[in-house]
Design a protein around this ligand. Structure first.
Ligand SMILES: [Mn+2]
Length: 340
């Protein structure tokens, strides 16, 4: 965090404030970890803090210290609206544009609080009085650590802060695997472990929570894996029937597509999941290197995302969707084989 932003933040926090910390819609480990980590820090400074999330968050995060105090806007609209209207300061974490909070957008736009943004996504909007934005950072949770250090409090990390920030960094870097993981990320992780974040326990709590049905469904997905070596591409399909046979719950197929990407030589991976209720096929795309699945999703599946992770949908049936996917690939052959 630069000196100018640090000075603004110091002034904003000079006396006890009523503060709301907001994460993005469909909050992930980084959103929850960064918001809770910051909340313990600001509480320790003597401020009054509430963390608000637009909607529910996944079960594998429900053990984190402080989760019991999170207000879910969708469940408690009046309370959440009142807290925002009453706040002196609003911290927005792990997003940088107010359209990422769903129906909370209007409430945030019309409140009188001053805003502080901490975030690592591209192209930050300009709503905040203090903007700490850095797209090179591994995670917002890592940034919250740097934020605390910039305020001269890096030696005063409680166990609650450490556990939350470590979880956010770990989940947002795919367990320190993605290219955004820097030497500094590891140094920060080490400091958090020293402050009481127990890595083995955090890993267990986050990752070893699979239901037997989900593991069996993964078996079906892996069995359906198709390799198109000529295009350095692999894809997986799941039919509605296969989902139903394994008592599918939202989130169960999360991460399946990464198994296709983990095959040696594959740089482009897709998963096609039939959804009979909405009459669509849901598509998730992943890539390695320069092949942009964001462009691919925009061009063919009215979707989008990041360069290496994107999604979309098709209103054709599953076999048509897959056949079309296969027929498009030759157009990308140079890109796919050059990038590998
Ligand atoms: Mn993040």
């Amino acid at each position: 965090m630069n000196l100018e932003t640090t000075e603004i933040v110091k002034k904003l926090l000079a006396s006890p404030q009523k503060i709301v910390i907001v994460g993005h819609k469909n909050p992930d480990g980084d959103a929850i970890g960064s918001c809770l980590g910051l909340s313990f820090f600001l509480k320790d400074m003597g401020h009054t803090i509430t963390v608000i999330m637009p909607n529910e968050f996944p079960d594998f995060l429900k053990w984190l210290p402080g989760v019991e105090g999170i207000v879910i806007h969708e469940r408690e609209r009046e309370k959440s609206t009142g807290l925002i209207q009453d706040a002196d300061l609003v911290f927005t974490l792990d997003f940088n544009c107010l359209d990422r909070v769903g129906e909370m957008q209007g409430i945030l736009e019309n409140c009188t609080a001053k805003f502080v943004m901490i975030d690592h996504h591209q192209q930050p909007a300009t709503y905040a009085l203090a903007t700490y934005s850095d797209v090179k950072m591994s995670s917002t949770s890592e940034m919250v650590f740097h934020f605390i250090e910039a305020l001269g409090q890096g030696e005063n990390l409680s166990k609650e802060i450490a556990i939350n920030l470590y979880t956010g960094i770990m989940t947002d870097t795919g367990s320190f695997r993605f290219s955004s993981t820097s030497p500094t990320t590891h140094r920060v992780a080490a400091r958090l472990i020293e402050a009481g974040a127990e890595s083995a326990i955090i890993n267990q709590n986050v990752y070893d929570t699979n239901s037997p049905e989900r593991m069996k469904l993964l078996g079906v997905a892996l069995n359906n894996l198709v390799i198109l070596a000529e295009f350095c591409t692999a894809y997986i399909t799941l039919t509605q029937k296969e989902l139903d046979e394994h008592n599918f719950k939202k989130g169960d197929t999360e991460g399946f597509v990464n198994y296709a990407l983990s095959v040696k030589g594959i740089i482009f991976a897709a998963i096609f999941i039939e959804n009979k209720q909405e009459n669509i096929v849901k598509i998730s795309l992943r890539s390695k290197g320069y092949f942009s699945v964001n462009d691919f999703a925009r061009n063919h599946y009215s979707g989008g995302g990041h360069i290496n992770a994107a999604g979309g949908k098709s209103s054709q049936d599953l076999s048509k969707t897959v056949n079309e996917f296969i027929s498009i690939l030759p157009r990308y052959k140079n890109e796919l084989t050059d990038a590998s």
